[in-house]
Design a protein around this ligand. Structure first.
Ligand code: ZN
Length: 191
């Protein structure tokens, strides 16, 4: 029988695979948010990041992200809207959306965001790829199933044929039709 193509856990569970059949990195990093601590945008637990992207939950509190007719609320740690626009919205962002109350706190206390940020309303979010550990089958394995690590922090699209060889940490989102908004002006809106 042919060797299975790609990575697998020996004690794999259904929860270890994402919607594209990709193998998910098991919960490493800080414990899931328990309602304590400061919002630290730069350090989102892998499992929580993926969940927040898939279900558009606030990356800080885990509740549904802020949503109005203009779309879900995202805060990107970048000096200016022009910088994000120049980079293009199609590269895929790793920071999940936020709810309005968390966004307003985060921009005041988060060190990353204090250097500059843009708030965006995004009508359409496409989950386009993943970041994680890219591996490959060892061409001359000493043991059956031996693999080697090619890149500990690789980003590839879901359509990339190397997807079976990724141990997926985070999901990347393309923010389609994003428009910049003023967080202060959003204060009067519901979310
Ligand atoms: Zn929140």
């Amino acid at each position: 029988m042919a060797r299975p193509h790609g990575l697998a856990y020996t004690d794999e569970l259904l929860a270890d695979r994402g919607p594209h059949g990709e193998l998910l990195l098991r919960g490493l990093g800080p414990a899931p948010h328990g309602g304590r601590g400061k919002p630290l945008f730069a350090r989102v637990n892998n499992r929580r990041q993926r969940r927040a992207m898939r279900y558009l939950l606030c990356q800080v509190c885990g509740q549904p992200a802020g949503r109005t007719a203009a779309g879900t609320l995202w805060v990107i740690d970048t000096p200016s809207y022009a910088a994000v626009a120049a980079e293009g919205f199609d590269v895929g962002f790793r920071q999940p959306p936020v709810c309005l109350p968390c966004a307003q706190i985060a921009v005041r206390v988060c060190p990353e965001l204090s250097k500059g940020y843009v708030a965006l309303r995004v009508p359409e979010v496409r989950l386009v790829g993943v970041t994680g550990v890219l591996c490959a089958a060892d061409p001359q394995p000493h043991h059956p199933g031996e693999i080697r690590v090619l890149d500990r922090s690789a980003t590839i699209a879901y359509t990339d044929p190397r997807l079976p060889w990724m141990l997926v940490g985070e999901i990347r989102a393309e923010l389609v039709g994003a428009t910049p908004v003023d967080l202060e002006a959003e204060r009067g809106s519901a979310s």
